[in-house]
Design a protein around this ligand. Structure first.
Ligand SMILES: [Zn+2]
Length: 377
């Protein structure tokens, strides 16, 4: 039992915050949550010292299977060069040349880095292999180390390949090799990557192979991505940086989550997505890092929360909920992102009295303790 919790978030269906609370973990599950005064007896106690307890963050969008890094490209971009989808190819070369063990070690390092910052559920995409063998290797390694695996062979057309041939490869032999390791299929639907027809062709093949869609949509400009995501009942449309009013209305009328990745706008110096328009229209919103070596090399959900509050006018409560229950919804998971009885015991104790401090004290390490599946890490 975690006692003396000043502020407990996400543990009650009706009110998101409970003050002066306690939380009981049994095995890897939450057994009880509520006001301290009503707490049952427990054999082991941990005193939270009046600090805040939240569900572990759910990072529903990351690209962790890669080798090398692109600090020089970041520095060049900060001195004026724009971000283009082609930068992915640099990482593809490095990734293809790396050993299985090197790739595995890199994913493990980043998942540990995320856990230290309070992230207890991680989604990870392939997409830096771009051949049947290399993509199969990426989803296989991801499946060893994270909860949620996405096949993203359609990240970019590899250098020298014919786009139509490549779409056939992704929808055929590559999909067949990757499907056993993945739950999701994703396409980078964007000018310079894959157009509407190619996106539909790949999503159709993915669905036929038993994978469920999620989409990289409307990151670099206006386009059809968000509406295709809604049309396919995708779990999530990710980025949503350039949205028309029709896109916002389509998301609001669907169960497709708009996953906002403000670390990308920070790192590419693009305008931030209009979170207020989405929330005010009634769309479901999630926050995620998009951790990858090109457009955002941050694994910090707390940083995303701070950006969402400062730059996208989300309230601290909206931002923290988007980083927990929003991420769970974007992965169609009901066992994470909250702390109600029955949830997986993924618990974050802040070194602060309130969740507001995540945005109020940006850049400060505020994680006092993390429990993952009921075990302190
Ligand atoms: Zn991404």
């Amino acid at each position: 039992m975690i006692t003396n919790i000043g502020e407990l978030a996400g543990a009650d269906e009706d009110r998101w915050l409970i003050e002066n609370a306690a939380l009981v973990i049994e095995g890897d599950r939450i057994a009880w949550a509520g006001p301290s005064a009503d707490a049952p007896a427990a054999d082991e106690r941990y005193d939270a010292g009046g600090r805040a307890v939240l569900p572990g963050f759910v990072d529903s969008h990351a690209h962790l299977v890669f080798a090398g890094e692109r600090a020089e490209e970041f520095a060049a971009r900060m001195s004026g060069r724009p971000y283009a989808a082609g930068g992915i190819r640099t990482t593809v070369e490095r990734t293809r040349a790396a050993s299985d063990d090197d790739l595995r070690a890199n994913v493990r390092r980043l998942v540990a880095e995320m856990a230290r910052q309070g992230t207890t559920t991680v989604e990870c995409k392939s997409g830096y292999g771009l051949s049947v063998e290399q993509e199969e290797r990426a989803v296989r390694i991801a499946a060893e180390l994270v909860d949620e695996v996405t096949f993203l062979g359609a990240h970019v057309v590899p250098a020298g390949a014919d786009p139509a041939d490549y779409v056939r490869l992704v929808s055929g032999p590559m999909l067949e090799a990757c499907a056993p390791y993945a739950r999701w299929i994703d396409v980078f639907c964007e000018r310079g990557a894959f157009d509407a027809d190619q996106t539909r062709q790949i999503l159709d093949a993915g669905r036929a192979a038993g994978l469920h869609p999620r989409l990289h949509a409307n990151q670099l400009g206006y386009g059809p991505g968000v509406r295709i995501a809604v049309e396919y009942d995708a779990a999530s449309a990710d980025h949503c940086t350039f949205l028309s009013s029709e896109d916002v209305a389509a998301l609001a009328g669907s169960r497709t989550v708009a996953t906002l990745l403000p670390g990308v706008e920070f790192s590419t110096r693009q305008p931030y997505p209009d979170a207020r328009a989405l929330i005010d229209a009634g769309a479901h919103v999630a926050l995620a890092t998009d951790c990858n070596p090109g457009s955002c090399y941050s694994s910090s959900m707390a940083f995303c929360v701070a950006l969402a509050v400062r730059e996208m006018r989300m309230t601290p409560e909206e931002a923290v909920r988007a980083a927990t229950e929003g991420g769970a919804r974007a992965l169609r998971r009901t066992d994470v992102g909250h702390l109600r009885p029955g949830a997986r015991a993924d618990v974050l104790l802040l070194d602060a009295p309130s969740h507001i401090h995540l945005a109020y004290r940006p850049g400060v390490p505020l994680v006092a303790q993390v429990w993952h599946r009921g075990k302190a890490i």
